[in-house]
Design a protein around this ligand. Structure first.
Ligand SMILES: Nc1ncnc2c1ncn2[C@@H]1O[C@H](COP(=O)(O)OP(=O)(O)OP(=O)(O)O)[C@@H](O)[C@H]1O
Length: 764
């Protein structure tokens, strides 16, 4: 790049920054004016409502005036919001106004466009910066020099791309500048990926790759599945996609209509800055266990983490078989069939103060007399209505009982007000009757609540009944029966296995006709491999209007590798009804340096598909030490790494091991923090956590604790080690006692590791 180009571009940056600052001054003034205007209208709105309400003839006129005033307030508030948004965009653009430039030739002639995270117009209305989501900006991400086409609202348009230039601008100064003919050149990526980790994920807007762009700009698929190698940018692409969708459907879609299922709170917090950095609000985030806790309140559902730790201790083959069956779409089909065809319902008495108020037998009688053609959900609505009528009747009768008179006699004036509020009654007896009704209604409120919440039907009994009667051939009948009684006992103790959650909720929703949220328009599931097909079916059922985007990596199935191998994608396609499904595969791994990715890829069967990004770095180190040298080796390794890195993560297989190591490090005066599922912040320095909690996260240096043959020796363990290794950006150290796991020894033999079996030389 010659100096004159650089000088030219720096001048342009300077002039754009000047324009940004001028506009910011203008917008600040406009916001102040708009705010005053809003207040002025609000004040006069208040006055006008006061003026005329006493004169009956004036009321109509006042109503019209009030409506008009309300509209004016709404317009003023909206105006203020638009200006505030613009001001935020300007603040974001000021230090780094854009990152790309494209020169195109089309039917309208030659044009030069600059691309940034928001758009900016000059005083003459010309675009000084185009938003990265504008149709024409697609060329920057997709096109190589030569003939290109891009979508516009009026159809595809072709052009010739004559130049593509990339910038890295910080504080108004061009730090890097490259011309490239590629999608987005490697030089720029090298510069970005070589950075140290940060506590929050960064957006990738300036370096989105072509295959990632396809994910971001897909608006057609109702089921988009992204299978991508670790570090291939799935999460990054999905967050950019959310920003893209919000921009493109601004009038019909907002961030409250999108839900992202994330693996844990640490991760949720880690990604929380990406959308705001692109000028968008965050979508709703939930974890699987939060979602289940909300929908199954009163039951403690086993978390993935708990189940994994328990499975590690013991997972009998029959339990694994039953679990696979319960997590299949076929099992959900059976659950739906049960809800549709089983006509005997499990009613339960509704009690008040320990006495039966509505008996299960009464409900059964009403229910069985309803027309057979009605659906169960409609029958339950009809039953509830009937019971409500009876309750109201009872309340009317009850007001004349002696206990009510006694209660009324003891009420203070304040208590009377509590019951009737500001309502004025013409005579005392009317008021007394109203208070009596309110007193009785309050006493019977628990019955209302029970009817309103469907407490009169025992959905747990329905589920047990389904389990006991469902046709199954996966295990012998006595084994199945033991499982059913196990589930029964668990439910009695208010606990539920994770694999029972989806079918139970499904049966409950289908019977009650509830549980569906029609407002949510888009669902994103990160780490899809952690979800069973049954859960996916349920999520789809719970948000029937939502388009679904699932992303994950079947090689990182830490939680299920021991019992459910197979093609995740086909299983999801089978589980989720869809019109237009699309599967996109990402094979290029950006996170880790090439030697780390090459080693990690050697641990999994599909490793040869993974393409490491060509970022140099040291080979991962394998340190094999004698049993009694292990702690010494660990502490000295961590100490050394902590001096050179922003974050050092010691990753273990289990929570218990993480506890132990944290303690050991602290005893050696290393400020190590143990991260748990309830933590929100990653922080920096030395942290210790089990690998399953580190999913989706990344650290400058990773120490893999105890990757010994004695610890990693089961089928599927390669997946756990792969997940572990791919958390490292720049440095990976594997520590083994006596002998490393077989797959690691193999990688060492292939020269993928820098090995050392020497004694530890530190002074610990
Ligand atoms: N196009 C890109 N430009 C710059 N950085 C990128 C790009 N794509 C991915 N990265 C970086 O690579 C790292 C991994 O990205 P991300 O976490 O999105 O991958 P992932 O596929 O979700 O990984 P995992 O499966 O391990 O959770 C991040 O640091 C991200 O910023």
């Amino acid at each position: 790049m010659n100096q004159s180009s650089r000088t030219y571009e720096q001048h342009r940056v300077d002039s754009v920054v000047t324009r940004i600052n001028e506009r910011q001054t203008e917008v600040t003034r406009l916001i102040a004016d708009a705010h005053q205007e809003t207040q002025r209208i609000e004040r006069s709105y208040g006055d006008s409502t006061k003026v005329n309400i006493t004169e009956v003839d004036d009321r109509m006129e006042t109503n019209a005036a009030v409506q008009q005033q309300k509209q004016m307030v709404a317009r003023a508030v909206e105006n203020e919001q638009i200006l505030t948004r613009e001001s935020q965009t300007l603040t974001r653009l000021a230090p780094s106004p854009y990152f790309g430039r494209i020169d195109i030739n089309d039917a309208d002639g030659q044009d030069t466009l600059y691309i940034g995270t928001g758009s900016l117009q000059g005083p003459d209305g010309n675009f000084l910066i185009y938003d990265w989501r504008a149709p024409v900006a697609g060329i920057y991400y997709n096109g190589v020099l030569g003939k290109v086409s891009y979508d516009t609202p009026s159809g595809p348009r072709s052009a010739e791309l004559t130049r593509k230039r990339q910038f890295r601008i910080e504080d108004g100064q061009i730090e890097h500048m490259f011309d490239t003919s590629e999608t987005v050149g490697d030089a720029m990526l090298q510069a970005v990926l070589g950075d140290q980790s940060s506590e929050h994920m960064q957006n990738i807007v300036s370096t989105i790759q072509r295959e990632q762009n396809a994910i971001i700009r897909d608006t057609d698929s109702d089921l988009l599945i992204v299978q991508g190698a670790a570090g291939s940018g799935k999460t990054s692409a999905i967050l950019q996609r959310i920003a893209y969708l919000l921009y493109h459907s601004r009038n019909v879609l907002n961030s409250d209509q999108m839900v992202l299922f994330s693996p844990n709170r640490l991760y949720a917090n880690y990604i929380a800055e990406v959308l705001p950095s692109l000028g968008e609000k965050n979508m709703i985030q939930t974890t699987l266990s939060e979602f289940l806790a909300k929908r199954l309140s009163g039951l403690q559902v086993t978390t993935l983490f708990e189940r994994f730790e328990r499975d590690e201790a013991n997972l009998p083959a029959s339990a694994a078989t039953i679990r696979r069956f319960k997590e299949s779409p076929e099992f959900m089909d059976l659950a739906a069939h049960y809800a549709k065809t089983q006509h005997h319902r499990h009613f339960t008495n509704i009690e008040l103060d320990g006495e039966v108020f509505f008996s299960a037998a009464t409900m059964e009688r009403i229910y069985t007399h309803l027309p057979a053609a009605m659906t169960t959900a409609d029958k339950l609505v009809a039953l509830r209505k009937k019971l409500m009528q009876r309750l109201n009747q009872r309340i009317r009768l009850e007001t004349y009982q002696d206990w009510v008179d006694d209660e009324l006699a003891g009420l203070s004036d304040d208590q009377v007000r509590h019951y009737i509020g500001d309502t004025e009654y013409e005579d005392g007896s009317e008021e007394l009757e109203a208070v009596a009704r309110a007193v009785v209604a309050e006493k019977f409120a628990p019955i209302y609540t029970a009817l309103y919440n469907d407490y009169f039907i025992d959905y747990y009994a329905e589920y047990r009944d389904f389990l006991a009667t469902c046709p199954q051939t996966v295990v012998p009948a006595p084994v199945w029966a033991v499982m059913v009684s196990g589930v029964t006992n668990e439910i009695e103790e208010h606990r539920l296995g994770l694999e029972d959650a989806a079918p139970l909720m499904y049966i409950r929703d289908l019977l009650s006709g509830g549980g569906q949220n029609h407002a949510i328009q888009a669902i994103f599931v990160d780490e899809m491999q952690d979800y069973s097909p049954a859960l996916m079916r349920y999520v789809h059922h719970a948000f029937p209007k939502a388009k679904m985007t699932l992303l994950g990596d079947y090689a990182q199935d830490v939680f299920t590798s021991n019992y459910a191998r197979g093609d995740v994608i086909d299983r999801f396609k089978a589980a989720i009804p869809h019109k237009h499904a699309r599967v996109i595969t990402l094979n290029r791994a950006y996170r880790s340096s090439a030697p780390i990715t090459e080693f990690a890829a050697s641990l999994i069967p599909s490793g040869s598909d993974i393409v490491p990004f060509a970022r140099t770095g040291a080979k991962p180190a394998l340190l094999t030490v004698a049993r009694d040298q292990y702690t010494k080796a660990l502490t000295s390794t961590v100490r050394k790494l902590a001096n050179a890195n922003h974050t050092v993560a010691v990753l273990t297989r289990s929570a218990r091991e993480a506890d132990g190591i944290t303690h050991q490090l602290q005893e050696h005066q290393i400020a190590a923090r143990r991260l748990t599922a309830s933590d929100h912040d990653l922080g920096k320095g030395v942290i210790v956590l089990p690998v399953y909690l580190a999913k989706g996260l990344e650290f400058d240096a990773v120490v893999a604790a105890d990757v010994s043959a004695a610890v990693y020796n089961r089928e599927g363990d390669g997946d756990i080690l792969y997940t572990l290794a791919t958390r490292a950006l720049h440095s990976l150290t594997l520590l083994a006692r006596e002998q490393p796991a077989a797959c690691i020894a193999e990688a060492a033999a292939r020269g993928l590791l820098a090995t050392s079996a020497t004694e530890v030389t530190s002074h610990d």
